[in-house]
Design a protein around this ligand. Structure first.
Ligand code: HSE
Length: 440
């Protein structure tokens, strides 16, 4: 009889509970895959699992997760508490420092402390696996680290937050409010404990920072990520995008440019017919461009079943003794990333202006754009049925009229300067909306 892999698990939230269930329900199949049984021997959790069907019979309860991480009777410590600070950080450090393998889904921890943790793991020879930290059930860490080991990657980008994708999809599809759709995502177990992490773009920033390191062989540099969330996206933007042949998605994008590595998170217009454009609901997608080929992986990005699948896959690797450097190469060989400033970002832009209804408005807008050498692909003046209307004479219409501009490729700097001029000229009634367009 081969010795089992003894698992100590900290955190019995959505993912932790799903892992416990999967270990029990797929016991035989997992033992075959792993070459030995995967056995939950101990756990630590502040609260009992909310899911009453989680059976912890036979597993020892340990009060302190750090003590569990140091427990000589476990082979692998599974950290599913979340959060970049303690007890997650202290327990992972304790396990790795003691040469004990760690599996985690904690993107915040890796985004913030991944470089240091990889060094600790390398020194002690412990496995440090975090497939579940990005893209839920999509095996993107392994794909970048091993599967594309021979390719030179130029861009990695994608939909990395299930909650945001769910909200943007449902708002447009069902004409529902932002708050209503967020509540639904929370109920379904997709959202972070603090959902501002999701909708503010920070969760996506953590994930793209991890993918950037794996794709480009650089140290994780989360502070360099330009972050904007989806709070400013209105139903009107989603509808305009739809009419113009686009979808709005919160994307994380990392590109190798001449100026360095650009890392950004923001609502983005992508063509409706593109692979990414067709990825709706809680699904995530990661697209990779390389010298050899491009590919896109699509799958469920959040929730217990998908995320536990990635956690358990890491346990199978550890049971088999398959060990890779956590970030794909020895920590000493990770390059210091050169940051490309966001002002130099180049691409097309969608701009929505609440243009005041008087002669000269369009001329002022056109002049501001021309002064920055911005060429326009399309201009649409939308009729807003919700505003008061003064009959057939357009001069008597009250209130601003939405004007949508789509630009050809330009720079972030130029667009920001043009919009500042437009606001200064007093031809718009509210701050302009600006959404970047991503080539796919
Ligand atoms: N809150 C995250 C999401 C969970 O919505 O994608 C998975 O990281």
């Amino acid at each position: 009889m081969v010795a089992p892999l003894r698992v100590g698990l900290a955190g019995l939230g959505t993912v932790g509970s799903a892992v416990v269930k999967m270990l029990a329900q797929s016991r035989e199949q997992l033992a075959e895959r792993a070459g030995r049984p995967l056995e939950l021997v101990a756990y630590a959790s502040k609260d009992p699992p909310r899911d009453k069907s989680v059976d912890l019979t036979g597993a020892r309860k340990v009060a302190d997760p750090v003590a569990l991480a140091k427990d000589p009777d476990i082979d692998v410590f599974v950290e599913l508490m979340g959060g970049e600070g303690d007890p997650a950080k202290a327990s992972v450090e304790a396990a790795l420092g003691g040469g004990r393998a760690v599996v985690t889904a904690n993107k915040a921890l890796i985004a913030k402390h991944g470089n240091a943790l990889a060094r600790i793991a390398e020194k002690s020879g412990a496995s440090f696996a975090f497939e579940a930290s990005v893209g839920g059930g999509i095996p993107i860490v392994k794909t970048l680290r091993e599967g594309l080991g021979g390719a030179k990657i130029s861009r990695v980008y994608g939909i990395l937050n299930g909650t945001c994708n769910y909200i943007l999809t449902q708002m447009l599809k069902e004409n529902r409010s932002f708050a209503d759709c967020l509540k639904e995502a929370q109920r379904l177990g997709y959202a972070e404990a603090d959902p501002t992490f999701d909708i503010g773009g920070f969760d996506t920033a953590h994930k793209i920072a991890i993918l950037t390191s794996l794709a480009f062989g650089t140290e994780i540099d989360t502070d360099a990520v330009h972050v904007e969330g989806i709070e400013s996206i209105t139903l009107a933007d989603l509808q305009s995008a739809d009419e113009l042949g686009y979808k709005i998605k919160l994307l994380g994008v990392a590109t190798r440019t001449e100026a360095g590595i650009e890392q950004r998170v923001h609502p983005t217009m992508v063509p409706k017919g593109s692979t990414i454009g067709g990825v709706d609901g809680v699904l995530n997608a990661v697209a990779i461009d390389s010298d050899m080929m491009g590919l896109t992986l699509v799958g469920p990005g959040a929730g217990g079943p998908a995320t536990s699948s990635a956690v358990v896959a890491d346990l199978v690797d550890i049971a088999r003794g398959r060990i890779s450097p956590p970030l794909g190469r020895a920590a000493a060989h990770l390059a210091k990333p050169k940051r490309a400033p966001m002002q130099r970002h180049e691409g097309g832009y969608y701009i929505r202006l609440a243009a005041v209804d008087r002669p000269g408005t369009m001329a002022a807008i056109a002049k501001a754009m021309a002064a920055e050498n911005i060429s326009l692909e399309s201009i649409v003046q939308r009729h807003d049925n919700s505003r008061p209307h003064g009959g057939d004479d357009p001069r008597s219409a009250a209130g601003p009229a939405p004007v949508i501009l789509i630009t050809y490729a330009t720079t972030e700097d130029a667009v920001r300067r043009a919009l500042a001029t437009i606001e200064r000229e007093g031809v718009v009634a509210e701050a302009p909306q600006m959404i970047r367009i991503e080539k796919s």
